[in-house]
Design a protein around this ligand. Structure first.
Ligand SMILES: [Zn+2]
Length: 439
């Protein structure tokens, strides 16, 4: 049985409905006031500098949170130079026939959090404005493009500064840097499919073929000194800066480098702590930081021991658990050499187990210098890559890796750029970035 809609729910909605037209009328009033302030001042031509001639009033419209707004603005022309100007439209920064800047940014916000179809439904529920999923998509593309261009420009700007002496005074003693990545399903087609007529049905999308994946990477920067313990074992950081890119290892490190400089987190005495899972490409790039501390993620180190332990002692044997627990305690205490020495005394029963043991010994030996966990804990650096992995999941998985999703290269870049802006708590920056014309 359904209960009646509570009174307050109805009242609140009624008041909103009642005031919507008033909000729209008020906005029209404010626009009219702006138009009045421009009256009688004809603009000058950008080409020849002469006063332009008025060509009458030109109607324009746009959609805002309160619905569609229609207005008119004086249009000017310089016939010899074929220049046109509409001072009111320029002053407002309105895009004729499109969404208002304020609504566009809210629409984009929904579009980067949920799939475009759902976002369009939410726009209707939240703002009472009916939009197509395509409009949500286009809005995300256009705003994302602006942010992506800014990120590229910042990375280029700081790229020349690798050996530069632009060293901030207040740089922190230590910065933690980590990178995580995953594969993203890409669209097979080069171009977006378009229907020739509204009746024509598009054929179903082909299944993602092998090789149609791109690596997407997330880089995380945080200050170990800002780690706080919310409750025993539950840690959080006050600030965290994310970067992301669809591309190779160099690209993500360029962006991390740019972000470090933008934040002024890299001084002459700053130790860059790099946490990795053992993948060589991270350690290779880490060399760009002369003062660094490389840490092999503790949980990866222990996971390798589990793999061998299960094989050697048996999958469900309590011996395995006891053996790995002790090994993990010793590693945490910084006794990696003792652990390696003990591993060498083991007598594997088969060649397969022996291979696994050799692999484990090699892994620990190669990474021994990155396994001084007692020291890292003492310095407050931390020993795991949990913060990095969870950041990557927040940036990528939560929106871009849902069932059946495939992305165009540009589409994924733009969406990622906006998600990182939001997660970096810089969303308001978007107000000050001009939208590009084309999607
Ligand atoms: Zn002119």
């Amino acid at each position: 049985m359904l209960a009646e809609v509570p009174l307050l729910v109805r009242l609140e909605r009624e008041v909103e409905q009642e005031f919507r037209p008033l909000l729209r009328a008020r906005l029209v009033e404010r626009i009219a006031a702006e138009a009045a302030s421009l009256k009688g001042t004809a603009p000058r031509c950008d080409m020849c500098g002469k006063v332009m001639e008025c060509r009458g009033r030109k109607p324009f419209s746009f959609t805002c949170r309160f619905g569609e707004i229609k207005h008119a603005a004086s249009a000017y022309r310089c016939p010899p130079c074929r220049q046109q100007k509409c001072p009111l439209i320029d002053k407002l920064g309105v895009e004729v026939g499109r969404l208002s800047g304020s609504l566009a940014r809210l629409v984009a916000l929904l579009g980067i959090v949920v799939p475009y179809e759902l976002a369009a439904r939410l726009v209707l529920l939240f703002f009472g404005v009916e939009l197509s999923p395509m409009t949500v998509w286009r809005t995300v593309q256009r705003l994302g493009q602006v942010v992506e261009e800014r990120n590229e420009a910042l990375a280029r700007h700081h790229a020349g500064a690798h050996s530069d002496a632009s060293t901030p005074e207040q740089a922190p003693d230590a910065v933690l840097l980590g990178v995580d990545g995953c594969a993203l399903g890409m669209q097979v087609r080069e171009h977006r499919r378009t229907r020739k007529s509204s009746e024509e049905k598009l054929p179903p999308l082909p299944v993602v073929e092998e090789g149609h994946f791109r690596e997407v990477k997330t880089g995380v920067l945080l200050l170990p000194s800002e780690r706080v313990e919310l409750s025993p074992g539950r840690r959080s950081v006050l600030r965290r800066a994310l970067v992301t890119c669809l591309g190779n290892a160099d690209a993500i490190f360029d962006r991390l480098w740019a972000k470090l400089h933008e934040l002024q987190w890299l001084g002459p005495k700053t130790v860059v702590i790099i946490v990795g899972d053992g993948a060589e490409w991270i350690w290779n790039r880490a060399e760009m930081f002369p003062l660094r501390c490389e840490i092999l993620d503790f949980w990866h180190a222990v996971e390798h021991a589990w793999e061998f332990g299960r094989l050697h002692f048996g999958d469900t044997s309590p011996t395995t658990t006891g053996w790995v627990t002790r090994l993990a305690e010793d590693l945490r205490a910084g006794k990696v050499e003792d652990v390696i020495a003990r591993l060498r005394t083991l007598q594997p029963a088969t060649d397969e187990v022996k291979d696994k043991l050799d692999g484990l010994i090699r892994y620990y030996t190669n990474n021994a210098a990155r396994m001084r966990y007692d020291e890292y804990l003492r310095r407050g650096y931390g020993i795991g890559s949990g913060a990095i992995e969870s950041a990557h999941k927040q940036v990528v998985h939560a929106r871009l890796r849902q069932a059946g999703m495939r992305w165009s290269e540009a589409g994924a870049r733009r969406l990622l750029a906006l998600r990182v802006l939001l997660l970096n708590q810089q969303w308001s920056l978007l107000d000050r970035l001009a939208m590009t014309r084309a999607a």
